[in-house]
Design a protein around this ligand. Structure first.
Ligand code: UTP
Length: 285
């Protein structure tokens, strides 16, 4: 059976503990932290929607019920504010809820991002799919063009190459230990045929400074690779290790996407994103 030609499903792995945001994340999911007045997970769902995704699968864990509630009605609240100006504050999230289907699965043990993606196999089946890590918040370039956010750019490349696609960004060499790092041949400006990948290398072991950020398009073959992947860095099943095998046996393309990414999994990145959105979106409303 041939695969669907484009991407209609997206997984959002949101099961991590978010320890860098303790104590806030002791009893609330990191993905519900707001940048100004909108939680990270909503920015992620909006980016997927913009890219044409209609089925959104969330890989959650214990203590993450607030995410499922967020994509559901809240009749009492809606009744209280109906007909007032306040009701408009729900327009964006209502629009997201009306535009797709939302499916929730639990990762029972936090065995890593690769394991979280494998947990989503029943949602995806035999189709290419997107993966968005909501703590990497991506915005479109502010150059007056109508270039969309990162995921739509990745799906456009998937449509062209029909293989796994990862988004990359150049990071300071001193930061390579926080990322999966790729090496490969540049086949078009900013587009690389990946030959190797390494998860969280020390700066002296990193082949380049091109880091994978939280946007992927994967083919369903990745599930077989993940099943064969042994726990790697931090004792977790790493998606980078599975993709490294795909790069060796099939093909992985990496793209320096247009736009900007904020690392909202870290406190400095979170503050930077808050300032950006306050300045460019909130004040402009
Ligand atoms: P991180 O490495 O950022 O971990 O996970 P974390 O738990 O979210 O945050 P810190 O480092 O403790 O502060 C990268 C992404 O993978 C997901 C996380 O939810 C996050 O989106 N993840 C990680 C899972 O869904 N399951 C896992 O077992 C591990």
């Amino acid at each position: 059976m041939s695969l669907p030609k484009t991407v209609k499903k997206c997984l959002f792995p949101v099961a991590g503990y978010g320890t860098r945001f303790l104590p806030a994340t002791k009893s609330m999911p990191k993905e519900m932290l707001p940048i100004v007045n909108k939680p990270l997970i909503q920015y992620a769902a909006e980016e997927a929607m913009e890219a044409g995704v209609t089925k959104m699968g969330f890989i959650t864990g214990r203590g993450k019920r607030a995410i499922a509630d967020y994509f559901d009605n809240n009749y009492e609240l809606e009744h209280e504010i109906a007909g007032s100006k306040k009701a408009e504050n729900l327009n964006d999230i209502n629009n997201v809820m009306d535009s797709g289907q939302f499916i929730f699965m639990r990762q029972r043990e936090m065995l890593g991002l690769g394991h979280a993606i494998l947990t989503g196999e029943p949602i995806i089946g035999n189709e290419p799919f997107a993966v968005i890590l909501a703590d990497d918040l991506c915005v479109a370039p502010r150059d007056g063009s109508d270039t969309p956010r990162a995921m739509a750019q990745l799906i456009e490349l998937y449509n062209q190459y029909q293989c796994c696609i990862v988004a990359i960004e150049e990071v300071p060499k001193s930061d390579t230990g926080s990322y999966g790092i790729i090496s490969g041949e540049e086949i078009e400006p900013g587009i690389y045929d990946v030959s190797d990948m390494i998860e969280k290398p020390k700066p002296e072991d990193a082949p380049t400074n091109m880091a994978i950020i939280g946007r992927y398009v994967l083919t369903p073959q990745i599930f077989d690779y993940l099943r064969q992947t042994k726990p790697g860095a931090n004792g977790e099943v790493q998606i980078t290790d599975a993709l490294k095998q795909v790069a060796r046996e099939e093909r992985v393309i990496a793209v320096k996407f247009a736009g900007q990414r904020f690392d909202c999994g870290s406190i400095p990145g979170f503050v930077e994103a808050t300032n950006y959105f306050y300045e460019h979106e909130f004040k402009a409303q």
